[in-house]
Design a protein around this ligand. Structure first.
Ligand SMILES: Nc1ncnc2c1ncn2[C@@H]1O[C@H](COP(=O)(O)OP(=O)(O)O)[C@@H](O)[C@H]1O
Ligand SMILES: [Mg+2]
Length: 343
């Protein structure tokens, strides 16, 4: 048995629309943006993860960057496979240890059967002998430390890059689930159009991302406000580069509509929750995970809207991969894991 364990390799993978994370032996060994760069002519992969991200928005005609999981679905199968393989290879497992590779991969819950098969195929390409998939809200719940098997309802709101997933979990299953395509990417687009409209500045996705992190806010008034952030871009009128100072209040204004959509989706989810589970949620409050959970003031704003406690998960960008890691240790026990035979 000991010998078998020595040759066994186990990986937990959170395949996110914005970031992919991998846990091996309880440690996060890969934490990279979900993006690849390819040669347009040969279709060869030039870079994966952060190396490819550095090229994003700066490519010339022979290189293209692709985010294979755009809106919570696999937008480009071939690119998705190459990315998954590339990121797994980053773990740097030695070939002779591949004798028994076991993986649990967390997938967005909107993914279709065909897309699930594509993820299994990518796992086969890296020689995985035992592969399971897990839906994102379930992994998030495990990562938060909730007991997903008990007869109590818990509501998880995961705000990722492509989608916001709102799910109620009880008795090892997802009881109800709302998924909307308003999340981090949409926030970035809001910021890009705000900069254009209000400041006549054209900025790229990466600058929008920086603004969101530096001065992003869901409320126009915060108790601990961040300092204004200097943004450089090209003036659309004169064509010359210029710099403007951006405050969190104006970003709160720019994000208003998108945050409204998330609030409405949460209200709908609460509305469709069976009464016995509603009372559990009423007592416990709701849990926020995903990168969007880090947006300043979002917990407070949501809590005022739904009149419930809102808990932000510890290290929300890693809750899902932590939960996937817990699933990996319990593949015999958790009935909600998907194996190849069940699709
Ligand atoms: N501090 C922050 N404030 C607001 N948004 C953030 C922050 N940090 C990361 N994000 C956003 O979170 C999103 C990524 O979250 P993540 O949970 O990794 O998504 P996914 O699971 O879809 O890969 C990105 O859109 C990113 O811009
Ligand atoms: Mg995620």
């Amino acid at each position: 048995m000991k010998l078998f364990n020595f040759f066994a390799q186990e990986l937990a993978i959170d395949l996110g629309t914005a970031n992919t994370l991998i846990i091996q032996d309880g440690k996060v060994v890969v934490d990279e943006p979900s993006i690849i760069a390819m040669d347009r002519r040969s279709n060869e992969v030039i870079a994966v993860g952060s190396k490819a991200m550095q090229m994003h928005g700066k490519t010339h005609e022979n290189i293209k960057t692709i985010r294979p999981l755009r809106d919570g679905v696999i937008a480009d199968f071939q690119a998705a496979e190459s990315m998954i393989e590339g990121l797994i290879r980053m773990v740097g497992m030695k070939r002779r240890f591949f004798s028994h590779l076991k993986m649990v991969i967390c997938i967005p819950s909107g993914i279709t059967e065909v897309e699930k098969r594509a993820v299994f195929d990518s796992a086969d390409h890296v020689d995985s002998k035992e592969t399971y998939l897990i839906h994102e809200p379930m992994a998030a719940a495990l990562g938060i430390g909730l007991d997903v098997e008990e007869a109590t309802g818990n509501m998880i709101i995961d705000i990722g890059g492509g989608t916001t997933e709102i799910a109620v979990i009880a008795l090892s299953g997802i009881v109800c689930d709302q998924s909307i395509r308003t999340a981090g990417d949409e926030f970035s687009l809001d910021i890009i159009s705000h900069m254009k409209r209000e400041h006549n500045i054209q900025i790229g996705e990466r600058t929008a991302e920086q603004i969101k992190i530096q001065v992003g806010s869901a409320l126009p008034k915060l108790d601990n406000p961040p300092e204004d952030f200097a943004v450089s871009g090209r003036d659309l009128m004169t064509g010359v580069p210029k710099q403007v100072l951006i405050s969190y209040s104006e970003i709160a204004h720019a994000l208003e509509k998108s945050i409204n959509k998330i609030e409405e989706a949460v209200m709908r989810a609460l509305d469709t929750t069976p009464p016995e589970l509603s009372s559990d949620i009423y007592e416990r409050g709701v849990y926020l995970t995903g990168g969007g959970a880090l947006l300043r003031g979002l917990d407070k704003r949501l809590s005022q809207k739904i009149k419930l406690n809102v808990h932000v998960a510890e290290d929300p960008l890693r809750a899902v991969v932590r939960g996937t890691g817990i699933a990996l240790k319990n593949t015999d026990r958790f009935s909600f894991l998907i194996d190849r035979k069940s699709i």
